[in-house]
Write a protein that binds this ligand. Structure first.
Ligand code: FA5
Length: 384
């Protein structure tokens, strides 16, 4: 600011003259009007309304005027600054409205365009059924137990009362991984030691029975779902790799009646109450007596067996559908696991999950479960 000027010097304060203030204002208003963006307007604001702008510098000169001239010069500069401030506000509002309009156009979403959604994938129907079957038993108080798919022969056969020369080893078309290291796994009286056992791809989930009996406290109620392998050709009812689920109970005083009760409860949970179950004699080395379980056909309920009735595809007009192998745990198996057969008894059952899926959904070819065709899974209501 210039020094106070008692003798009014119009040259020193020329910036406060009406013409000069009006020129500064015109220049500022022109810059505001020309600002084409908020950025440019910001620059114009700093240049023409900021602390170092011509109008601000002129206002600083007011003190240099003689007192009688100060008020008029102050009013002049204030009026110019007010006019500029209003112009800046108006332009700011216009530019913001422009920007908002542009954003609305460029960021508009056309909700009518087709979606580009990546389907999340889903569990396979066989996995879902395995989970559902396990849940039924978990609800009855069973624990889920799992075992390895590459299994010691001792667990897969020997401890289950299937000695090396037993025809049941042939029955199950075993895939061998490593041979046994010595004669130890060949039976003799009683069950063989596990030390020299070879390795196989487990042919059933029954070895998990042995693992459970050896490691878990009694009484024991376990359910074991899992993958099994057999050297079998793929056809409409056989897979070389398939799933089974196995149940095992070992407790004091268990009888065939408990086995029947467990199986009936399972069928009720899966298909709704009211379907009868039937046990017929069968043979498994690890259960004695052994049986196969059938349930009344859930589709025709036996009606297809009446003379002249429509045939039933699901039970092939037998009225019954075989669902599982079962039996009372052979005392020799209990002994192999260090369990006193005079005090404890047990029952076990096992079924094929793909076969159960076929029964439940009227599938005629088991290969559909492994083809990998998503239409198969979609038919079960899955999004893939
Ligand atoms: C067994 O494997 C016994 N461990 C079942 C068992 C457990 C009996 C406990 C008694 C007590 P099996 O070989 O029958 O039994 O096989 C059981 C089920 O597995 C069959 O009923 C069938 O549903 C399924 N299964 C067997 N082989 C195949 C295969 N190649 N493809 C698809 N499913 C199969």
């Amino acid at each position: 600011m210039s020094a106070p000027n008692k003798n009014y010097d119009p040259v020193a304060v020329s910036s406060l003259s009406p013409g000069e203030v009006s020129r500064m204002l015109d220049e500022a208003l022109a810059a505001v009007a020309q600002a084409g963006s908020l950025e440019e307007l910001r620059a114009a604001r700093i240049a023409h309304a900021g602390d170092r702008s011509p109008l601000a510098l002129a206002r600083a000169e007011i003190g240099a005027l003689p007192p009688e001239a100060r008020a008029e010069a102050g009013r002049r500069v204030s009026a110019a600054q007010t006019q500029l401030k209003d112009a800046l506000s108006r332009r700011q509002a216009e530019l913001e409205a422009d920007r908002d309009q542009r954003v609305l156009v460029t960021e508009a979403v056309d909700v009518t365009l087709p979606g580009d959604r990546t389907p999340p994938g889903a569990l396979h129907p066989v996995t879902l059924l395995a989970d559902r079957l396990s849940d039924v038993f978990v609800a009855m108080g069973y624990e889920v137990a799992e075992g390895p798919e590459v299994e010691a022969e001792w667990y897969n056969f020997d401890a289950l009362n299937i000695p090396p020369d037993h025809p049941a080893r042939e029955m199950q078309d075993t895939l061998f991984v490593a041979p046994s290291s010595g004669p130890g796994s060949a039976g003799g009286p009683g069950l063989p030691s596990q030390g020299s056992s070879g390795l196989v791809l487990r042919t059933h989930t029954s070895p998990v029975q042995i693992r459970s009996m050896l490691t878990r406290p009694l009484p024991l109620y376990v359910v074991s779902p899992g993958r099994c392998y057999r050297n079998e050709a793929l056809d409409a009812t056989h897979l070389p790799v398939f799933y089974q689920i196995e149940g095992l109970a070992v407790d004091e005083g268990l009888t065939m009646a408990d086995l029947r009760g467990a199986i009936q409860a399972f069928v009720d949970a899966m298909f709704g109450a009211g379907l009868r179950t039937r046990l017929r004699p069968d043979y498994f080395p690890f259960t004695e007596p052994s049986g196969d379980v059938s349930m009344e056909c859930h589709v025709c309920r036996g009606a297809s067996t009446d003379p002249g009735a429509d045939p039933c595809r699901v039970c092939r007009s037998q009225g019954w559908i075989e669902i599982a192998g079962c039996g009372m745990v052979n005392p020799r198996v209990l002994v192999a696991c260090g369990i006193d057969p005079d005090r404890y008894s047990g029952f076990a059952f096992g079924l094929g999950i793909e076969r159960a899926l076929m029964v439940g959904h009227d599938l005629t070819d088991i290969r559909e479960t492994v083809d990998g065709d998503v239409r198969f899974s979609r038919a079960f209501g899955m999004e893939i």
